[in-house]
Design a protein around this ligand. Structure first.
Ligand SMILES: *Cc1c(COP(=O)(O)O)cnc(C)c1O
Length: 349
């Protein structure tokens, strides 16, 4: 049997970017975050599609991702590296014309010493306490930094997916206090920040998950379809059990389909708790028993005939639905979709 297939709708990604872009003013640039292989969907095709749609700035997590992205899209866009540059990767940063977001006094000093007038950007911590220079560290270096002209100064919101969370305003205030008056362009908003409103937009917004159809961008078009071949069907009688640990027991005569995907494909075991369904067209069929490494069992009793495949991700059941059922978030579902799928890209220029 062949592996399950993962279909990525490039038109939907472009449409999501355009929709987020339309929510910001005409003077605000909308970039794209494509770290972690474009949230698991494939950095080459996704970046090319987004560049064609109009993206001029991309963000990745680490230098290696930046180098791969530069190969994929050539010289036509700026590439920012969130984790910055520690000195050992200056050569790679420069060779691929990447712009590091310098996150600490050490990163600033090393980069300034090692790289002449190469472009750089700055990440400030405004309250998330994860990555970026603390206000006091930045204050001590801000003159030297701003004399050298950073391409961009950013910070990141911790609670932007909760519009009423008081930390949003506190971080906005902190970011303004640190950066009001600088000539560099500024950026605070990821997907959640775009939706919070114009005071969060500054000069550049940098959505990621919303491009790929995930919350908090509730109006996003779905991007991913996962279709799983049916390998075998069987009839089980009342009282028979299914799968590892015999955790599911038939309460009616049941027609069972065994399908070819499992937790090695990112369909994590926690989905096997009764909430997830697989779809035949518009008809849902419950997943029963445990998810195993390569197999998922499905109750298809109510279908008029057994189809040759069932969908676990589609417009009816989106990444955030699967995530809710499994007690996680859409980001984790997307980036877990494994390497075994037959990947197919549809749409695109
Ligand atoms: C991942 C990330 C983003 C994009 O966030 P989304 O919630 O996916 O839109 C933006 N900025 C930083 C610093 C990030 O780490």
């Amino acid at each position: 049997m062949t592996a399950a297939s993962l279909t990525i709708d490039l038109d939907a990604i472009a449409a999501n970017w355009l929709a987020l872009n339309a929510r910001t003013g005409t003077k605000v640039e909308t970039a794209a975050v494509i770290k972690a292989d474009a949230y698991g969907l494939g950095v080459g095709p996704v970046a090319q599609e987004l560049a064609n749609a109009g993206v001029r700035s991309f963000f990745v997590a680490v230098t290696e991702e930046g180098a791969a992205l530069r190969k994929a899209i050539g010289p036509r866009a700026d590439i920012y590296v969130f984790s910055g540059c520690d000195g050992t990767d200056v050569t790679t940063i420069r060779a691929h014309e990447l712009t590091p977001l310098l996150n600490s006094p050490q990163q600033v000093q090393r980069f300034f010493a090692a790289s002449g007038d190469a472009p750089f950007a700055i990440q400030l911590d405004s309250g998330m306490n994860r990555l970026g220079m603390e206000p006091a560290d930045y204050a001590a270096l801000s003159r030297a930094i701003n004399e050298r002209g950073p391409k961009l100064i950013i910070s990141h919101l911790a609670c932007a997916d909760e519009p009423d969370h008081p930390q949003n305003l506190a971080q906005l205030e902190c970011f303004r206090q640190m950066t009001d008056g600088v000539t560099a362009r500024r950026s605070l908003a990821a997907t959640g920040g775009v939706l919070l409103g114009p005071e969060y937009h500054f000069d550049l917004c940098r959505p990621g998950v919303g491009l790929y159809g995930g919350l908090p961008f509730a109006d996003a078009q779905p991007v991913v379809t996962v279709s799983v071949p049916v390998i075998q069907t069987r009839e089980v009688s009342v009282g028979e059990t299914v799968g590892y640990a015999a955790s599911w027991t038939a309460k009616r005569p049941t027609r069972l389909a065994t399908t070819a995907a499992g937790y090695a494909d990112g369909l994590i075991r926690a989905m096997g708790n009764g909430a997830v369904r697989l779809w035949s067209g518009d008809t849902p069929c419950p997943l029963v028993g445990r998810v195993s490494m390569d197999l998922i069992t499905v109750d298809v009793t109510d279908l008029p005939q057994v189809p040759d495949h069932l969908e676990i991700l589609n417009k009816h059941q989106r990444v955030d639905d699967l995530a809710d059922a499994a007690g996680t978030i859409g980001y984790e579902i997307l980036t877990s979709l494994g390497g075994r799928y037959n990947r197919r890209y549809i749409g695109g220029k």
